[in-house]
Design a protein around this ligand. Structure first.
Ligand SMILES: [Zn+2]
Length: 489
């Protein structure tokens, strides 16, 4: 199923590359190069299919990421990694000698900007292995050109691969690398530091910011005071902090200065009866029962939305991971890339989930969708990520395409879903001046798709080429390079 999805069409694209007949250089457009792209290392070259200073995508449907309607038969002109012209084919002058790629019948959308990604899977109970090498390739192959890791289990691992990709030494998306989780004792994961007090929280933030971490994530047992101090320390460095919370409610976290909340509203403990402050007292689904019972249109829910909107707290949709816990949903795509042990494990878990007649997710999954939709329509900032931590067998790249499909299932139009997965993420990360839409002056982070995801979101699965800073990568080659080895490295 996966192999044919990425296979032949890419060659068709290459076959249509011809020299352009026009003679004039593009007039009147100058773009300052804010980010010089790094040279491509020999080890990365085998994945690159387009690497030229000036090229044009012609006759292509442009889905620009703003939510605006798709525009047919456009030309996108790229120079030195930046978009320098976009317009109807025939109105944009393509310089003599520029490479042109005729994409008639195909679409181009911005590279996805995903904000709850990971570079690890569990390799044993409570132990997480660093899979940065394979995951970063799969993210890029799936159309993700920017991502934030939503929590770090491997110390310098996330920081190192982010830096190696930025230097052009490895293929992968631009990565906002989180520091190791900010958590207090109680989670029971041996790769996490347990914060002792607020001074420890401040030290943790400053230590990892000095080491190169560019964002932070609070976890389930942090105290309100530790969160407040960590948020303050991060903000002093110009960095943001998100959280997968339990001990701290959403309202308390907003008051403590958090920037973002993970997992939609399924980690919300605000409605847990007799909740004790600073204690994760409703683990094991008890808090989720309270969320499953909520009415998104009720006054109590609207008050929570208003509190988050007033303090400009973004909410991250991670429907992909919750889908894997829900009976009756399809098996995640891409499992055939995993090592056999993991593939068997995930398929077995899916079969077991399918048998459940008592799972809270039967009610909770549609409620998660309804809450996220209502929050966005109330004016909240919704961003999206996929959380591939091995919980349900999500495979990076494929998971990101699925995330957009699930946003459409939640009620968003395909154009709205694409905007959430591109511009909204870029805006949250403070990078919207450079990425997140297809517009003159932006970096050429582009996904070429066979089909029309503005009409059929499922077409986002048909990725044919992924441009990052104007370099075109072959998704099939990236995927083939890790096939059967995802789970090892
Ligand atoms: Zn996560």
């Amino acid at each position: 199923m996966i192999a044919h999805r990425f296979r032949a069409p890419f060659l068709t694209v290459l076959a249509t590359v011809v020299a352009a007949p026009s003679v004039h250089p593009t007039p009147g457009i100058s773009v300052s190069l804010q980010a010089q792209r790094a040279p491509i290392a020999p080890s990365v070259r085998s994945f690159v299919r387009v690497d030229t200073n000036v090229f044009a995508l012609t006759n292509v449907r442009v889905i620009d990421g703003t939510g605006a309607a798709a525009r047919e038969r456009q030309t996108v002109l790229v120079r030195d990694g930046n978009i320098v012209a976009v317009g109807a084919t025939g109105t944009v002058t393509v310089p003599a000698g520029a490479q042109t790629i005729d994409l008639a019948g195909k679409s181009v959308m911005p590279g996805m900007v995903m904000v709850h990604e990971h570079l690890f899977y569990p390799t044993g109970p409570g132990v997480y292995g660093n899979l940065a090498e394979s995951f970063s390739r799969l993210y890029l192959a799936g159309g993700v050109t920017s991502m934030r890791t939503g929590g770090n289990m491997n110390g310098y691992g996330d920081l190192s691969i982010a830096a190696a990709i930025a230097r052009g030494e490895k293929p992968g998306p631009w990565i906002d690398a989180t520091a190791p989780y900010l958590d207090a004792a109680g989670t029971g994961l041996g790769q996490l530091h347990a914060l002792k007090d607020t001074a420890d929280a401040r030290r943790h933030v400053n230590f990892w910011a000095d080491a190169g971490a560019t964002s932070f994530k609070a976890y389930m047992n942090i105290s309100r005071d530790q969160l407040r101090v960590a948020a303050d320390a991060a903000h002093k460095r110009g960095l943001k902090i998100t959280g997968h919370l339990c001990s701290v409610t959403y309202r308390e976290a907003a008051e403590a200065g958090i920037d973002n909340l993970e997992h939609g509203f399924l980690a919300m403990n605000d409605f847990v009866p007799n909740k004790r402050p600073d204690v994760c007292s409703a683990r094991g689904g008890a808090a989720q029962q309270t969320v499953a019972a909520l009415d998104p249109a009720s006054a109590e829910v609207r008050a929570i939305f208003a509190a988050l909107i007033e303090r400009r707290v973004a909410v991250t949709s991670t429907l992909t991971i919750f889908e894997t816990f829900t009976p009756g949903r399809p098996l995640p795509a891409g499992l055939d890339l995993l090592i056999p042990q993991l593939q068997t494990q995930f398929e077995g878990r899916h079969a077991a989930t399918a048998q459940s007649t008592t799972s809270v997710y039967t009610r909770l999954f549609p409620k998660a969708m309804a809450m996220e939709y209502a929050f966005a329509k109330a004016g909240g900032t919704l961003i999206v990520g996929t959380d591939p931590t091995g919980g349900g067998g999500l495979v990076p790249g494929y998971s990101n395409q699925r995330a957009l499909e699930l946003l459409v299932e939640a009620g968003f139009t395909p154009l709205e879903a694409i905007r959430i997965g591109t511009l909204n993420g870029a805006t949250y990360l403070g990078r919207a001046a450079r990425v997140g839409t297809i517009a003159v002056g932006k970096q050429a982070d582009l996904v070429v798709i066979d089909g029309n995801p503005a009409a059929r979101i499922r077409d986002v699965r048909n990725v044919q080429m992924v441009f990052k800073q104007g370099v075109g990568y072959d998704p099939a080659a990236l995927i083939e390079s890790v096939k059967g080895r995802v789970g090892l490295y």
